[in-house]
Design a binder for this molecule. Structure first.
Ligand code: ADE
Length: 225
C-alpha cells in the first residue's frame, strides 16, 4: 500500500514514520510512505504557497496552484483510490474507517495549514475528508501521521502476531480487558489469580467479561446497538 503525503512541513513527518511498526512495514515493503514538499510546486519567485483570503478576514489561505501542480504530477504516475484532506470539519476517524482504508492500494493525503485551503482544491480533487477529533491542530501533518499509523498496522503482515490487531480495543466493538506482566505481586498489588491459573478457557472467559464491564463503564455508547 502506498501513501503520498503533501505538506509544507515535511520535517514534521520524518519521525512518526521512522520508528517501530511504521518503520518495519516500510522495510518489509508492505507500506510505502512518500512525503512531498508543497513548496517545490510553488510557481512564483518567493515560493509562496498561500495568499490573503478573498472577502477579507484574518489568516492566510493555501493557494490552489501549487496543490494542483503537485496533485496532477502525482496522478500522472499512478491512480489513487482516495485523495484525503485532513480537516477538523470532516467526519471523525474511527476503527471502521481505518479498516476499510487499509484495503486500498494508493492513498494521497493533503495537509492544510494557516486558515485553510482554497475551497476549489476540496471541490476538484478531494474524495474524502477526515478529522481526527473535535479540536483544532496547527496543521494536517499530525492528523495525517495518526491516519497512516491507524491504517498501516491493519495491513496483513505488518504486525508480528496477526491476532493482536484483531484483539485491539474497538476492533471487536469492545474495549480491551486489563493486562498485566511480571511481577505477580508488586508491593501488595496483585495480578488477578485467574491469569496465573494456566486455564486458557477460563482466562478467555474472564477477559471477555472484563472487556464487557470496561466497555459498559467507560464507553456505553459502543454497546448502544
Ligand atoms: N487539521 C487541524 N485540526 C485537525 C483535526 N482535528 N483533524 C484533522 N485535520 C486537522
Amino acid at each position: 500500500m502506498r501513501f503520498d503525503i503533501i505538506t509544507v512541513l515535511p520535517g514534521l513527518l520524518e519521525s512518526p514514520f521512522a520508528h517501530s511498526i511504521l518503520q518495519r512495514a516500510q522495510k518489509k515493503g508492505i507500506a510505502e510512505i512518500v512525503v512531498h514538499n508543497l513548496r517545490d510546486y510553488a510557481t512564483n519567485k518567493q515560493k509562496s504557497v498561500d495568499d490573503y483570503p478573498y472577502g477579507g478576514g484574518s489568516g492566510m489561505v493555501m493557494s490552489i496552484e501549487p496543490f494542483s501542480k503537485c496533485i496532477e504530477a502525482l496522478k500522472a504516475e499512478r491512480e489513487y483510490d482516495e485523495i484525503i484532506f485532513m480537516t477538523p470539519d470532516g467526519p471523525t476517524l474511527n476503527q471502521t474507517m481505518a479498516n476499510s482504508l487499509s484495503c486500498l492500494g494508493n492513498i494521497m493525503i493533503l495537509c492544510g495549514h494557516y486558515k485553510g485551503i482554497d475551497q476549489r482544491i476540496r471541490d476538484i480533487y478531494v474524495t474524502k475528508e477526515i478529522s481526527i477529533g473535535d479540536y483544532v491542530l496547527s496543521g494536517g501533518e499530525l492528523p495525517a501521521a495518526v491516519l497512516v499509523d491507524a491504517i498501516v498496522r491493519l495491513i496483513p503482515g505488518v504486525l508480528n502476531d496477526e491476532t493482536s490487531a484483531l484483539s485491539d480495543s474497538f476492533q471487536g466493538e469492545l474495549l480491551d480487558a486489563p493486562i498485566y506482566t511480571r511481577p505477580a505481586d508488586w508491593n501488595g498489588h496483585k495480578v488477578p489469580d485467574i491469569l496465573l491459573s494456566g486455564h486458557e478457557a477460563k482466562i478467555n472467559e474472564w477477559r471477555h467479561e472484563q472487556a464487557l464491564l470496561r466497555t459498559q463503564k467507560r464507553r456505553p455508547d459502543l454497546l448502544a446497538d
